[in-house]
Design a protein around this ligand. Structure first.
Ligand SMILES: [Cu+2]
Length: 464
């Protein structure tokens, strides 16, 4: 997809005005294919440096645009910005000192492009791999390695994928916010110390960042409506967003627009989840607002640090009043289930009897020593995920979306598609899923330390 002249002019203007201050959003990958419906990019993973704290460089692992001579890696990596229906071709090169794969979190890809060691031979240092798919769904997705994820993602290898559609949502800005936290030493380097609590809880950093930066300032117009697409890329931290004096109108989840928007005063975003929200900015020109994350009790008595500011909003002159919102949102049919739909149960467990080596299991098995779940493509099932432990676990399924059910077994309101859902401690959560397409798909906890220490299973889908 080539940028139009108008888009190019806007980009140039934005680049000029951004010369003094770093851009808020990640750069986008260069499209090498002149066909407007094909987005072909070169992506490189390698060593880089990044300033999490101004003036203090940290060694990171990062993605960069291989089509731009002399490009350097950024945290987050360059965004894939596409239109629904585009064909995406990613020519990937590994310049890391160890093997890796790239998983396209939430994209419904052919299995060979899912980027797990079950679906491809890992890419060795110096090696290449071509990922290819058609972008069938509009929404916010993200990409990251699916090997040693607790280390490789933590070191900076993650980036957003925005797939746009003509959805009629009028907004003064369409922003992507990639939430993360990092554990830094006083000199700004990434800490290399891993303590038992990091392994047990998923490592929580001491600095929270949005799009790689701590407390970035963005300019907003008073009275305007902004669209924020939010992803939590942290290993273990849960973000609970609040914007004082404002609410979030949630219009979309992981898999695109929901059937009906709803308002929340605070927005919980578990690791791996995405939310698409609208914010109507009511503050007066000349004031500022702080988007904060507040404490969420996910278990094991993690202390409450109080609200932490993520982004500062500098409210400028009154903007253009937003157009009315669409009257019709996502057209979503319920996954057809009834009393005869097969049910499958999963039990999440943690074993911390050895403090320096906790293990995490699903149905008593720790990955990779697991019995695959075998299902024929097209089957509809209800999955029940039980978490009787002392900590929440965000459950992620590759390759397909599901609909979360309430206690009565009906889909929760509004209807919407998820690929990652938080299973609160001491609860059982159910979802309905049509299982397809064929291949070897992973399901796992998205606290990366848990996934890498056993809390992962494999779904083998056979062609009918
Ligand atoms: Cu977990």
């Amino acid at each position: 997809m080539k940028p139009t002249l108008l888009a190019l002019a806007c980009c140039l203007a934005a680049c000029e005005s951004a010369a003094s201050a770093p851009r808020f959003e990640p750069p986008t990958l260069t499209d090498l294919d002149p066909d407007p419906s094909v987005l072909e990019v070169e992506l490189v993973a390698g060593l880089a440096t990044h300033e999490y704290l101004p003036g203090r460089r940290a060694d990171v692992w990062a993605f960069r645009d291989g089509a731009v001579p002399g490009s350097v890696g950024t945290v987050p990596g360059p965004m894939i910005d596409a239109r629904v229906g585009d064909r995406l071709v990613v020519r990937f090169r590994n310049e890391l000192p160890e093997e890796t794969t790239i998983h396209w979190h939430g994209l419904r890809v052919p299995n060979a492009s899912d980027g797990t060691p079950a679906a491809q031979v890992p890419v060795a240092p110096g090696g290449t791999y071509v990922y290819e798919t058609v972008l069938t769904d509009a929404g916010l997705f993200w990409y990251h390695p699916h090997m040693h994820g607790d280390v490789q993602v933590e070191r900076g290898l993650y980036a957003p994928i925005r797939v746009r559609a003509d959805d009629g949502v009028d907004a003064a800005a369409d922003r992507v916010m990639v939430l993360d936290d990092v554990k830094l030493e006083a000199d700004g380097r990434l800490s290399e110390r891993t303590d038992p609590l990091d392994l047990m809880l998923g490592r929580q950093g001491n600095v929270v960042i949005v799009n790689g930066r701590r407390r970035a300032t963005i300019d907003v117009a008073s009275g305007s409506r902004e669209r924020w697409r939010i992803v939590n890329a942290a290993n273990g931290r849960y973000f609970q967003l609040e914007l004082p004096g404002h609410s979030f109108q949630v219009i979309g989840w992981d898999g695109g627009l929901v059937a009906e928007p709803y308002e929340v005063a605070r927005l919980l975003v578990a690791p791996g989840e995405r939310y698409d929200v609208l914010v109507e900015l009511e503050a007066e020109p000349g004031t500022s607002l702080g988007l904060v994350t507040t404490h969420y009790d996910r278990g094991h008595e993690i202390p409450d640090p109080g609200p932490i500011e993520l982004v500062s909003l500098a409210v400028g002159p009154r903007g253009v009043a937003p157009a009315p919102l669409p009257s019709v949102w996502g057209e979503i049919a319920p996954v057809p289930i009834d009393g005869s739909t097969p049910r499958r149960s999963f039990m999440l467990r943690e074993d911390d009897s050895v403090p320096d080596a906790p293990t995490f299991t699903i149905n008593g098995e720790a990955f990779p020593a697991v019995t695959p779940v075998e299902v024929a493509s097209g089957a509809v099932e209800v999955w029940q995920v039980a978490n009787e432990m002392e900590m929440d676990h965000p459950f992620h399924l590759h390759g397909m979306f599901f609909q979360v059910l309430d206690e009565s077994g009906a889909p929760i309101d509004p209807l919407g598609w998820k690929d990652t859902v938080n299973v609160r401690r001491g609860t059982t959560l159910s979802f309905a899923v049509r299982i397809e397409p064929p291949g070897r798909w992973m399901f796992h906890c998205h606290v990366l330390e848990h996934a890498e220490r056993g809390m992962m299973g494999e779904l083998r889908v056979a062609a009918r």
